[in-house]
Write a protein that binds this ligand. Structure first.
Ligand code: AMP
Length: 112
């Protein structure tokens, strides 16, 4: 079943896209919890890292570099930021297409 993120990748619904290449897309979270809250995800439909495999190793590595690049672009690389991925029900994953939250721009507590 197609997720809301697949629809964003396919440009069926709008998003504030801040990075895109053949394999990766990043856009502003619709409900930001901090001044910077960007979602970075593979275009490939991987539910979460439980479903990633050896063939995804390079892709997962590239995502890390996109996260760092966006942190620099949004000027939070020096102040610090948080990268997180929610997995499954107890992890609070609501969209079943893996994604990393890039969160920063304020002092973060332990609640997010
Ligand atoms: P998670 O709970 O980790 O699965 O994260 C899903 C995130 O997607 C939440 O932070 C939502 O605010 C965000 N979100 C849901 N729908 C959209 C959308 N259409 N555009 C941008 N962000 C969205």
């Amino acid at each position: 079943m197609s997720t809301i993120f697949k629809k964003i990748i396919d440009k069926e619904i709008p998003a504030k896209i801040v990075y895109e290449d053949d394999e990766i897309i990043a856009f502003h979270d619709a409900f930001p919890v901090a001044p910077v809250h960007i979602l970075v995800l593979p275009k490939k439909e991987i539910v979460n890292i439980n479903f990633a495999s050896e063939e995804d190793v390079l892709l997962l590595g590239k995502i890390q570099l996109v996260l760092a690049k966006l942190a620099r672009e949004f000027n939070i690389d020096k102040s610090g930021y948080r990268v997180l991925t929610n997995i499954g029900e107890d992890g609070g994953q609501t969209v079943l297409h893996m994604h990393y939250h890039l969160i920063g721009g304020r002092k973060l507590g332990t609640d997010i």
